[in-house]
Design a protein around this ligand. Sequence first.
Ligand code: MSP
Length: 503
Amino acid sequence: MPKKYYITTPIYYVNSAPHLGHAYASVSSDAIARFKRLEGFDVRFLTGTDEHGQKVEKAAIKSGVKTKDFVDSLVPEFRSMLEYMNCTNDDFIRTTEARHIQYVQNIWRQLHKRNQIYLGKYCGWYSIRDEAFFSEEELVDGKAPSGAEVEWMEEESYFFRLSQWQEKLLEFYDQNPDFIYPETRRNEVISFVKRGLRDLSVSRTSFKWGIQVPERGNHIIYVWLDALFNYISAISTNDLIDYWPCNLHIIGKDILIFHCVYWPAFLMSLDIKLPLKVFAHGWWLQNNEKMSKSLGNVVSPSDLVQEFGSDYVRYFLLREVIFGHDGNYTREAFITRINSDLVNNIGNLFQRVMSFIYKHCEKKIPHKESDFILEDQELLQSAYKALDKMIEMMNNQSIHNAIGVIIDLGNKSNAYIDKCAPWHLKNSDTRRMNTVLYVLAEAIRVIGILLQPFVPEGAAKILSYLGINQCELFTKISSEFAIKSEYEIGKPEIIFERLYAYK
Ligand code: MSP
């Protein structure tokens, strides 16, 4: 039985159309999900929409549409974003679905039974944009630390006994150093918890758009308590529960505390196993400011995909910044990155090798006609060993570095072709020429397989051109499955089209 691997994205607020930040979380999770599938894992990849709470309700009111109609009209945009970004999620959960509502109400009953919640009164600040509570001391210049406006709130509320979990949480972080990545985020969480935890308000009475507290219908369950449980509600209704505990929650750094403090505390209080890892990525910025709907400086992923295609958008997002750091989006950086890595390196390699074989080797992948010499062995070893390096990097969510291994292989292959110069060998030593081309075709085969999680369309073109299955598993990288000599190739097509600054 293949080992199970469960990965999730955050579920997206449906207060307006998806932007590049949402596409980023989706695509990075998708690359990891695809990578794990090709490694042979039985992967479950979940995403969805977070539809309750004041933020969504406020947006609906503003647009003058009934809240349910408003969310129903936006959800297809998120589904379609996943499609045009070429994501392979196995499920899409909406928090307004019955399967989720029933699950959350059931969780509430259990929390109640376990005396983890009690009725009290909340007096304090609330930020609708963050859907979070703040004490006076936490405010910065009268605003939430994120810069969002806050409003004073005084209402009857249920509280979760978060303060009781402080020591247990610290113990857990200590014993599970891999729980929060990257390291800086882990330190942030630990200092947050060390500063002391207050009980958390987990119900609201001043508005209605949410899941009702069982038997106390005037209370609505706090949107984060509702939302976080999507990770389990989505797999709880059938035999999928074996996927729990989740291997990896991919989140943005702005929702770290919810995932690394509240979420494990909720789970501990219910004796449910904790997820194995939470990875917090950075933000995409425009002119060094966070891209966000509220700031109105968002880049639309659908416009980008329409202009450049999903592979290029995926590639830029995954490769341009260190996963975990912030990145600044500019059109120039986009074009430079694609041209230098995909067009000039991988695309050019493919074109040089395959055109040469097409013209000078009767359109057939040549045989190895002479013994391998050191440089042949070195290039082949780099190809066969690339995967091991990438697995280690992908297990640390070092996606940009894992892609770097493929780019490095492309660079080495280009240097090898320059050095071996098959165009000279054509007149002096055709046996050696054939061996060189065989080695290059083999390197391209491996590159095609390795590129699949990141640029699935380009990779599929390379593989189908070479007569290799789509979704070729990584086990097929080894020399045992080497490229077939005599395989007849077609006229080489351009795999990665060059980009120009202006259309
Ligand atoms: N609904 C909550 C998550 C609940 S998970 C149980 C939420 N939704 S969100 O739509 O506001 O954000 C979804 C994700 O997009 C978050 O991980 C957030 O960090 C990410 N991004 C939003 N803007 C972003 C950028 N500008 N750049 C990168 N990602 C950012 O939070």
